[in-house]
Design a protein around this ligand. Structure first.
Ligand SMILES: *Cc1c(COP(=O)(O)O)cnc(C)c1O
Length: 362
């Protein structure tokens, strides 16, 4: 028997995560100059990263021969959230902390629930831990919390919720989320993934970390990859009870966050001007893209993130034409949304390039 067949069957059943096509790869594929390519495929910040974070990275280079010390970032997050440092777990991107929660609570013989069209990492983390994934039919492309509650089985240990969700951009009002938390059995962990939290309007936003006191089974995850513009540095975090954080820290690699990411994240947290600028640009860009999609008669799902998914007959062919025009968006056929593409909000000129290319590609 070949050695790879000795591997765990549930690992062999995993379909790998499909990332957005890197600019450098399209440049190689088409012989295009990197500067000619617009990438709106991975919900990255079109403004780059905070200038303060960039300066912190340069300064941190001097300390790279030393193992990282995560104290200062945890302290800054503790002050920001009003939670103790012992309730914060740092990750190599928030994907890392999602995986840590799965490793702590999931195993063969257990199950985890998520919504159809929810973030692709939830089935991945679930299956990697050997647990059974339960996908619950979406309602209007969003989470159907009643159906998710009904799907809870005696072996269910974890429920994944993204708010806003990627790739659909749907948003669950906090009152419904809170009622759901109240109804979920205390022995089931609810992971609330708030990767796009900072893109919500202040009027829509509630600080869910205040719920942790009441719900010991709640884990909230956030990231520096999106509005903070640090996707390439890989840093995110989870907030939860001290007990859950302790368990996650036991399976965490001791130095999962590198010195540059730690320093950058700490500086980024204080760069309110950059976050505000990113937020405003996203609002304007969302209006521009939605208006353009309407003009081209492309149906879209109203989004609360920094991206929008739209319907295009023969999306795979449209995607190919967009690529030939030097525009990278994200096909989401792997989510079962075969007629859809997801585009990240870019700068005004990137959005225009996309809309022009889309008009030629439809
Ligand atoms: C982008 C994203 C993340 C964050 O990923 P990182 O590992 O922090 O880069 C988490 N959840 C959702 C739903 C996302 O879209």
């Amino acid at each position: 028997m070949p050695i790879h067949e000795q591997s765990l069957p549930y690992i062999r059943s995993i379909s790998p995560y499909q990332p957005g096509k890197p600019i450098t790869q399209l440049a190689r594929d088409l012989g295009l100059a990197v500067e000619k390519i617009v990438k709106l495929a991975s919900n990255e910040n079109p403004l780059g990263m905070s200038p303060k974070a960039r300066a912190a990275v340069v300064e941190a280079i001097a300390g790279l021969s030393r193992y990282p010390d995560d104290f200062a970032l945890k302290q800054a997050l503790a002050e920001r959230t009003g939670l103790g440092r012992e309730r914060i777990v740092l990750g190599n991107g928030s994907n890392d902390v999602l995986d840590l929660v799965a490793r702590v609570f999931l195993a063969p013989g257990r199950s985890a629930i998520f919504a159809q069209y929810a973030f692709a990492v939830y089935p991945l983390a679930t299956i990697s831990a050997g647990a059974e994934p339960i996908a619950v039919a979406a309602s209007n492309y969003g989470h159907d919390l009643d159906a998710m509650h009904s799907a809870i089985r005696p072996d269910t240990r974890l429920i994944w919720i993204a708010n806003p969700n990627n790739p659909t951009g749907t948003f669950l009002p906090y009152a419904r989320l809170k009622a759901f938390l109240q109804a979920v059995p205390a022995e089931v962990v609810v992971v609330l993934d708030e990767a796009y939290n900072e893109y919500l309007s202040p009027a829509d936003r509630v600080d869910t970390s205040a719920w942790l006191g009441e719900h010991a089974n709640l884990v909230i995850t956030r990231t520096f990859s999106k509005i903070y513009g640090m996707a390439g540095l890989r840093i995110g975090y989870a907030l939860g009870s001290a007990e859950i954080a302790d368990l996650m820290n036991r399976v965490r690699q001791p130095f999962n966050c590198n010195n540059l990411a730690l320093a950058a994240a700490q500086a980024a947290l204080d760069d309110h001007e950059f976050v505000a600028r990113s937020y405003t640009l996203n609002r304007a860009g969302m209006e521009q893209l939605v208006a353009g999609l309407k003009r081209l008669a492309c149906r879209h799902i109203p989004s609360h993130g920094n991206f929008v998914s739209f319907c295009a007959a023969n999306a795979a062919a449209v995607n190919q034409k967009l690529l030939q025009n030097g525009v990278i968006v994200r096909p989401i056929a792997a989510y079962g949304m075969t007629d859809w593409l997801r585009v990240t909000i870019g700068t005004e000129s990137e959005n225009s390039r996309f809309l022009d290319a889309l008009e030629r590609s439809l």
